[in-house]
Design a protein around this ligand. Sequence first.
Ligand SMILES: [Cu+2]
Length: 156
Amino acid sequence: MTETLEASDPTRSPRRWISSMALLAGFVIALGGCGGDDGPAGGSDAVADLPVVADSEYRDLTGQDTVTIQVRDNSFEPQYATVSPGTEVIFENRGRNPHNVIAVEAGSFVDVPTDQMQPGDSAERVLENSGEYPYYCSLHATPSRGMVGRIRVAEG
Ligand SMILES: [Cu+2]
């Protein structure tokens, strides 16, 4: 069936393959050329573009060694939480679907990939430094809307 089709035209398909690879390479180079305009991390811009969340939206979970963020279909609960520095934050998938936890500012904490956030899975991340840690599930959100959440690590 398909084999017959390819066998009848042995020279053409490799050639097409090579030309699409050349196109792809050109595209990647073009992308690389634009990358410098974004500034050093690039991620900071992403955080600055997020909607403002009122302080009153944050649940105060300071003073605890561990804090659990429930990962549901499709939200984080609590969505906004304040914790103390060094708190172990546990993301626990209580839903029926796979999710993930992606830092909006890449590298601010280690992402939890989808294969580690299946139903029933949990993953711990320790946040040492005070600051804002917005995150989202890339399966059900963009960084700014949908299945998004934030952890604020209070001043020590
Ligand atoms: Cu999700």
